[in-house]
Design a protein around this ligand. Sequence first.
Ligand SMILES: C[S@@+](CC[C@H](N)C(=O)[O-])C[C@H]1O[C@@H](n2cnc3c(N)ncnc32)[C@H](O)[C@@H]1O
Length: 250
Amino acid sequence: MSQESYNKIAAVYSTDMGQSMAFDDVGYYRRLCSERGGHTLELGCGTGRILLPLLQSGIDIAGVDESPGMLAQLRINAKALNLHPSISSGSLTSFSSPPCHTVLAPYSVVTYLADTSQLADFFLAVRRVLTTDGILVLDTFIPRPVSSYTEFRLDYRREHEGGILQREKRITVEAGCNRIERRYSLLELSGVATRTWTTVDVIRPWQVAELLPQATACGLTLVAQHGNFTGTVHADDQFVQLHWRATGTS
Ligand SMILES: C[S@@+](CC[C@H](N)C(=O)[O-])C[C@H]1O[C@@H](n2cnc3c(N)ncnc32)[C@H](O)[C@@H]1O
């Protein structure tokens, strides 16, 4: 389901979710991967919002994504920067990669894994490609209580390519998942809509306490936890970054 949605929003992603990240996650990953060295893999690399600046900084990074539309946009973005990224089509649970010193799973991509069996497949797939000193860095938003609502509510109106991108959404909470319908409209500056389309995604907001036993059962040990892309953790953090190592390694 998310593949279809991301294909539909690839061309507006940088104005949409790209601008919604309120923290310097790119700087966080750049510092981390530079210090660690070796090969980095970004799962769910999308249009290259993180991958391309890291590549520009000299980091040996490759990307995997299941959305052909997002990867096509990444290639366009890379060409504009004269970069030649190594990217491939694959899923969070099935991808090929050389051994990795660092695997990144940024921007809550794990919320697209809807149940514990998919989560286990993801952790096992990552563990298989980690070097003995390799780490998985998983970033996800900290779930807050959400209620369903049936009417579309405005998320934002943002300038986009000489016009305005408007996004509205409505949410249905069902069986521990959030079904999110988004309605996108491209508007002229006068307010006239030139195009409207919708996407539907079902996400599972995972609590850290739910991720822990799954990862542990798959042979991963939590070695660090950060909040909002800083070195510290606070009760009101919006995002958490979890660093995991294969159990029994240094
Ligand atoms: C929120 S975007 C993040 C893109 C990029 N990492 C960033 O931070 O800008 C999520 C990306 O994950 C991809 N994705 C979602 N579920 C996936 C899955 N099961 N396997 C592979 N990619 C997936 C989507 O196609 C999309 O490009």
